[in-house]
Design a protein around this ligand. Structure first.
Ligand code: S3P
Length: 432
């Protein structure tokens, strides 16, 4: 089915399992006592690389029809793999598992693809060396990570100054095999799935939130219990369809079973502020995570908005698709403080800016702020999109076909498999 400026989004849609939660449940179930069952695990390549890594570290994981069975091994008993562990494109995988390994007495080399090999790792490893792990990075910054963990890690207090759930979660995973109290201070805008899952699995963890920061205390004096876990739908994947529906008056979409954690749904508020007609129904709590259904019944065109730096972490992965929305919304939209966007799977700030220009939208980067001059006219399109194999850039500029006179040219669409292998199937199911 053609997908172009005449397309609307319609139907009842179940987004694929959440990527962040899928990584975490594989890792934590791998350290729990007994057998865990996982349903709706994301089948994306990033998560499958974490699954393979856990297997190489000694955890037995079996697929049985629609579920995965994970037979946990106790913290501190990871096996030393014979070969390197390859995390492909996944920053979450390599960073979280570095943390897990750092408090085990094993030596491992962690590698990734060309994009991951350019991403900063020191932000994680500088914390892990303090507990006693020995770590070498390429140019003292990038993967491969050569890691010699310690069986005798030191319990410390950490102060994290970059708003990053990956840094926090790496430290939290190192704490699983650290005797004594581990304390963490971080920005409360980062995703808190590791905390919620540890609570659900009976771990000794205390969390307190101040106005700006979150304070976490962990003690490894209680076992991690096995769990039966149904991974909720990924709001970051659903964001492509929710945004597309808001962009196009006449769209009517129901999104079922979406993770509705407040650290993940900043984009819903942004879309509502721009005029998106979005209603949240059936809110419920499952394993300490809020889950909901979302209804979009779009009647009007959108207007511009301004996002402050402090709100960016709440929608960090959705800035690419929100940039497409802003292009078709009347007025000047400003996204402030996008520094973290420059160190994602690609330099997303630069690629958004370049591709907007190619399709006929004016944007300006001022330091780390992105200014997008939106209007409700169709853009020229017919541009060759430069995605550097970044899944979210590719999917965002595919959705941009809805606001272009001529479809854009996107070569090699295979990288959607990192986070959303069924993206194009869903496009043909829910667009008409
Ligand atoms: C993630 C955290 C975020 C996010 C990434 C997934 C996670 O990265 O951008 O897609 O699962 O912890 P940072 O922690 O680097 O902000």
């Amino acid at each position: 089915m053609p997908f172009n400026n005449k397309s609307c989004i319609k139907g009842t849609y179940f987004p694929p399992g959440d990527k962040s939660i899928s990584h975490r449940i594989l890792i934590l179930a791998g350290q729990a006592i007994g057998k865990s069952e996982i349903y709706n695990l994301l089948q994306g390549e990033d998560v499958m690389n974490t699954l393979k890594a856990m297997r190489l570290l000694g955890v037995q994981i079996k697929k049985k029809k629609d579920k995965y069975l994970v037979f946990g091994i106790p913290p501190g008993s990871l096996f030393e793999p014979k070969n390197v562990i390859d995390f492909g494109n996944s920053g979450t995988g390599i960073r979280l598992i570095s943390g897990l390994i750092s408090s085990n007495n094993i030596s491992v080399k962690l590698v990734g693809d060309a994009s991951l090999s350019k991403r900063p790792m020191k932000r994680v490893t500088e914390h892990l060396t303090k507990i006693g792990a020995k770590i070498e990075l390429k140019k003292n910054l990038f993967p491969p990570i050569k890691l010699k963990g310690t069986g005798n890690s030191v319990p410390l207090s950490f102060n994290i100054t970059i708003p990053s759930a990956q840094i926090k979660s790496a430290i939290m995973l190192s704490a699983l095999n650290t005797n004594g109290k581990v304390k963490i201070k971080e920005f409360k805008t980062t995703r808190d799935h590791t905390e919620n899952m540890l609570h659900s699995m009976g771990y000794n963890i205390k969390v307190r939130e101040g106005s700006l920061h979150r304070f976490i205390e962990m003690k490894n004096d209680k076992e991690l219990k096995s769990i039966k876990y149904n991974v909720p739908g990924d709001p970051s994947s659903a964001a492509f369809f929710i945004s597309a529906a808001c962009l196009k008056p006449g769209s009517k979409l129901i999104v079922k079973n979406v993770l509705f954690n407040k650290t993940r749904i900043g984009f819903i508020k942004t879309l509502k502020d721009m005029g998106g007609n979005i209603n949240i129904i059936n809110k419920r709590k499952i394993h300490n995570e809020l889950v909901a259904d979302i209804k979009i019944d779009q009647k009007n065109k959108l207007s511009s908005t301004i996002l402050k730096s402090k709100d960016i972490p709440l929608q960090i992965d959705e800035i690419p698709i929100l940039s497409i929305v802003a292009s078709f919304a009347n007025g000047l939209t400003i996204f402030k403080g996008l520094k973290e966007l420059t160190v994602k799977e690609s330099n997303r700030l630069e690629l958004i800016h370049q591709n907007l220009k190619r399709i006929g939208v004016k944007s300006v980067i001022k330091k780390y702020d992105l200014h997008i001059y939106g209007n409700r006219y169709l853009k020229d399109g017919a541009a060759v999109i430069k995605h550097n194999y970044d899944h979210r850039i590719l999917m965002s500029f595919f959705i941009a076909n809805m606001i272009c006179k001529k479809n854009n040219i996107i070569r090699d669409k295979s990288c959607v498999k990192t986070s959303y292998p069924t993206f194009f199937k869903h496009i043909s199911q829910f667009s008409n």
